[in-house]
Design a protein around this ligand. Sequence first.
Ligand code: CUA
Length: 334
Amino acid sequence: MQSWIPFIPESASTESSKVDALYFYLSGVTVFFTLLIAGVIILFVVRYRRRTPFEVPRPIAGSHTLETLWSVIPFVIAMSIFAWGASLYFHQFRPPNNAVEVYVVAKQWMWKFQHATGQREINELHVPVGQKVKLIMASEDVIHDFFVPAFRVKNDVVPGKYTTLWFEATKPGTYHLFCAEYCGMNHSQMVGSIVVMNPTEFNNWLSGNVNQQSAASSGQQLYQTLGCASCHGNNGEGGRGPALLGVFNSNVQLATGQTIRADEGYLRESILNPQAKIVNGFGPIMPTFQGVVNEEQNVQLIAYIKSLGTQAAGAAGAPGAQGSPKPPVREPTK
Ligand code: CUA
């Protein structure tokens, strides 16, 4: 443990050097202009001080050159900060397609994780070094905020929707995880750690926890016990309700004529508020599962629906397989 406070937190992800570079640029610009302005003030105070009691200053009529310069230079600097910041923001908030997915559920006052392979953890997340990890985050109660300073990543975890975050750790070690949104009495204790391991160590860790059910198979059980199968078919092939095979990430035509991409957010909404977006050709007959399934179970149901998607694409087990086929066109049922 170091006894001094570091100037910047440890740098342990592919993102952190990029964020630091922008931060140093901002600090550099700030320090440069602070020194320049303070220096010029001191210089002018000395140089143009009143030397005799009745001294009258020489009149000046303005300077177009100066005015152009002090408009154009700050404009270029401000725009460079904007362009750099925006590109970094887009990079951070668009998770790459080849990332492994981890589900995060935040609640007062803990972090729950579930790996795609089923392993569950509380307040601790194990990840391999050099692997892109995408977090799909939901909250059971209030707004929390997932913050790992060493990775320079941070995003709100908001009730009622999914938010995402991604990172690629570059250095094995244990890093602080904070909740960075005041969320009630024990907010300050809503902390945890991200354990970054070498790939072989990580695989050992994973296989040491294999007897846990995968999110998708928990979802499949829920699918049966909640009676989803009676409308969506035993294996998601459809019936009174739309088919779920291959629906994930496909474009769904709604009764309103609108087309929507069936991402995690849409699936979640369709479970909790089925009337919000009715699929074209189907009636508004599905009951809400609000209050019946919690965020964790929701995540499992969605993992199951996703697994149907990859099977239909003929690429079983391929993580994050894209471009699943459209669900079969169905005649309206009367
Ligand atoms: Cu959760 Cu603060």
